[in-house]
Design a protein around this ligand. Structure first.
Ligand SMILES: NC(=O)c1ccc[n+]([C@@H]2O[C@H](COP(=O)([O-])OP(=O)(O)OC[C@H]3O[C@@H](n4cnc5c(N)ncnc54)[C@H](OP(=O)(O)O)[C@@H]3O)[C@@H](O)[C@H]2O)c1
Length: 345
């Protein structure tokens, strides 16, 4: 159904309205926790841009391992109940998932001057999701930025998740320095593919861990060498171990850490996180884990890394929005290359 609305000026504190707009939109909803089959596409009312908000027509959205974990309530051991407390005990509190997106400004709520209709934008919605839909609303002063000319909408939708995590762990938590020997355990997915490039930019000598089928890809990204995790226990000495997949807790990583080495657990069980928090220094080693806060300043830093040629998201698979359940399946597989993006019709 279509409705016709008038166009107003944002400067007068009124909403800017497209000449015609659909009254409803398609959104992927998750109304109960479960496998990819619980993701269905529904008709929903268009969200309204409130004061200070922007309505974005979504062109593409990332489908991340976080989306898959939240959908399946599949968290690292110990985090399941905590995660449900945040996302909804019985069923998801916000049925439309999706945290990263790229699109076009469709409507401005009153008081918004920083964006204009038709402008290309990208950003992060956070835990409330909403990006797996044709339209979303977001505060103009939140995590929303103009999409650089150098990125397509598909790339924009894959820009932040892995890149922010890699930058936070390698730069802020790990303080990776030129000459550091860096092991990336889980090197070819969203986080790992960004970490290879950022690690190289920081001057590290990078060893990538992934299946041998992905070694050529890891070397192309800039890794100096690659190891297959199926070939037996890892052996060697590294100054920094970025444990993306959570298969190298300290007891396994310790023999591989050089004196003064740092373990950066991107994924860890609740018991490990608590233990690392209580005992961050062991022998000569330091362990720094935790959750990445998607701060605006970190997003700006990542855009800076893009502008200087360091960060460019890898998009492994693009699927039409209608196939979002398949995208969830891939996102939760633990074996994707780079990022998965759904393209809106
Ligand atoms: N702490 C935080 O704030 C934070 C933020 C973002 C993500 N994360 C976590 O980071 C993890 C990875 O996210 P992602 O999006 O990068 O995942 P992903 O895209 O699925 O990538 C998985 C990577 O791990 C490799 N891998 C699979 N099994 C492995 C094993 N047993 N040992 C070593 N490597 C293995 C895969 O290589 P092959 O394909 O060759 O098997 C691939 O390179 C998730 O657990 C996610 O929850 C945490």
């Amino acid at each position: 159904m279509k409705s016709t609305l008038a166009t107003h000026s944002a400067n007068q504190g009124e909403a800017i309205v497209a000449a015609t707009e659909p009254a409803r939109m398609k959104a992927a909803t998750i109304r109960r926790y479960g496998g990819p089959e619980v993701v269905v596409i529904e008709d929903m009312p268009l969200p309204v841009a409130a004061a200070g908000e922007v309505r974005v027509r979504v062109c593409a959205a990332g489908v991340t391992v976080a989306d898959a974990r939240l959908r399946a309530n599949h968290a690292p051991r110990g985090f399941g109940f905590l995660m449900r407390c945040i996302t909804g005990l019985i069923r998801p509190r916000h049925p439309v998932f999706g945290m990263e997106f790229a699109g076009v400004v469709d409507r401005l709520g009153s008081g918004v001057a920083a964006f204009s209709p038709g402008q290309r934008v990208f950003g992060i919605t956070g835990l409330k999701g909403g990006a797996h839909a044709e339209f979303l609303t977001i505060r103009a002063d939140a995590r929303l930025f103009p999409l650089p000319e150098t990125l397509s909408a598909i790339e924009g939708a894959a820009f932040f998740f892995g890149g922010l995590t890699a930058a936070d762990f390698l730069i802020d938590k790990g303080d990776v320095r030129p000459g550091d020997r860096l092991l990336i355990n889980g090197a070819t997915g969203s986080v790992g593919s960004a970490a290879i490039r950022i690690g190289r930019h920081l001057g590290a000598k990078v060893t990538a861990v992934a299946r041998s089928e992905n070694h050529g890809f890891a070397l192309e990204l800039g890794a100096h060498e690659a190891i297959d995790y199926r070939a037996g226990p890892l052996s060697g000495q590294w100054d920094v171990i970025l444990d993306v997949m959570g298969t190298l807790p300290y007891r396994k990583a310790a023999p591989m850490l050089a004196p003064g080495g740092r373990l950066l657990p991107v994924t860890a069980t609740l018991a490990e996180q608590v233990s690392y928090g209580l005992h961050a220094r062991r022998r000569t080693h330091r362990i720094t884990g935790g959750v990445v806060a998607d701060k605006k300043s970190a997003m700006e830093r990542l855009m800076g890394l893009h502008a200087s040629g360091v960060h460019r998201p890898i998009v492994g698979v693009v699927l039409p929005f209608a196939e979002i359940a398949a995208a969830h399946d891939l996102a939760g597989s633990g074996h994707k290359r780079g990022n998965i993006v759904v393209r809106m019709p």
